[in-house]
Design a protein around this ligand. Sequence first.
Ligand SMILES: Nc1ncnc2c1ncn2[C@@H]1O[C@H](COP(=O)(O)OP(=O)(O)OP(=O)(O)O)[C@@H](O)[C@H]1O
Ligand SMILES: [Mg+2]
Length: 351
Amino acid sequence: MEYDAQTNTGANEESLRMVSAAPIGNEPVSDEELRPHALDGFIGQPLLKAQLQLFLDAARKREVPPDHILLAGPPGLGKTTLAMIVANELGVPIRVTSGPAIQHAGDLASILSSLDAGEVLFIDEIHRLPRPAEELLYIAMEDFRVDVMVGKGPGATSIPLTLPRFTVIGATTREGMLPSPLRARFGFTAHLDFYPHEELEKLIERSADVLGVKLDGQAAHEMAVRSRGTPRIANRLLRRVRDWAIVHDLDSVGPDDVKSALELYQIDAEGLDRLDIAVLNAIVTHFNGGPVGLNTLSAIVGEESETVETVCEPYLVREGFLVRTPKGRVATDKAWAHLGLTPREDVSKLF
Ligand SMILES: Nc1ncnc2c1ncn2[C@@H]1O[C@H](COP(=O)(O)OP(=O)(O)OP(=O)(O)O)[C@@H](O)[C@H]1O
Ligand SMILES: [Mg+2]
């Protein structure tokens, strides 16, 4: 299987954070050891699993490759994992590429024309396909045909090539950016949601078995509540806890070990890290709870405003620490309480 490194570079600031949902460093490789290979081993998302199971069973019974599948959802929730599982369950090979890796329509044409019958073509970050490639893909997905250009300039001719039936699995973190003709060509769209704590606990227990880490009592729970609903983060926290256990010669890891290990990495009880806390602190101490504009806020915490907006805010908003108002960002009562402070009087009157 090829792995497209381009989708997982990201030496940006987000990727340096322990609680970033994007992969860090060599994680695409180490993600591999923790990936379940069958639908059974895929933790959580019960509705999605039932839908996918039915979809695959029907295709198997009809003895045809299944319709194209779109996997949509935030980073680190299991899109790549599900794509691999689908190919595995169908017992077919999977070809892996990504939107940014395909620079010209010709790149995609050559991949398509080399596919075997029934093969799965996984296109990660499909919302980043260049336009001409996207148009070529429409035809290939619908009519199983690709027009190959032969020659250059005025003498160039296009030769239609019939393709065997295959299945495209597209993954996207930005479903809204997919043009509707492309979206319409998928027979099934799976939306992945953030995982509840109980599911993350199960996931951490499974990963701990794979890594040979023995967890006691509430250890898995303590990691789950700090994982921001994201399996990739859960697995990363587990690896850091494993490091702690190795260095301290522990045979098994208890909840207090988890707390100490993750405190060292400045991840607090709600999964907030140094930057999240800095953002909340800035709003509360400099602006008495807000509202404050994004640029001012970012300047105070010393980060790019994009980092604050795309990395910190979604989680802070989702967890009710922060609200976005037309006048700027406002810290909620929960944020004040989390910082151990009492909210100013009139903050509730803003809403
Ligand atoms: N439901 C799950 N059960 C078990 N492990 C999971 C599950 N979902 C994700 N994981 C694990 O989390 C890690 C990240 O998952 P994956 O690479 O599939 O995410 P992704 O949605 O493709 O992220 P990205 O958008 O960044 O590509 C992998 O190690 C995978 O094994
Ligand atoms: Mg992925």
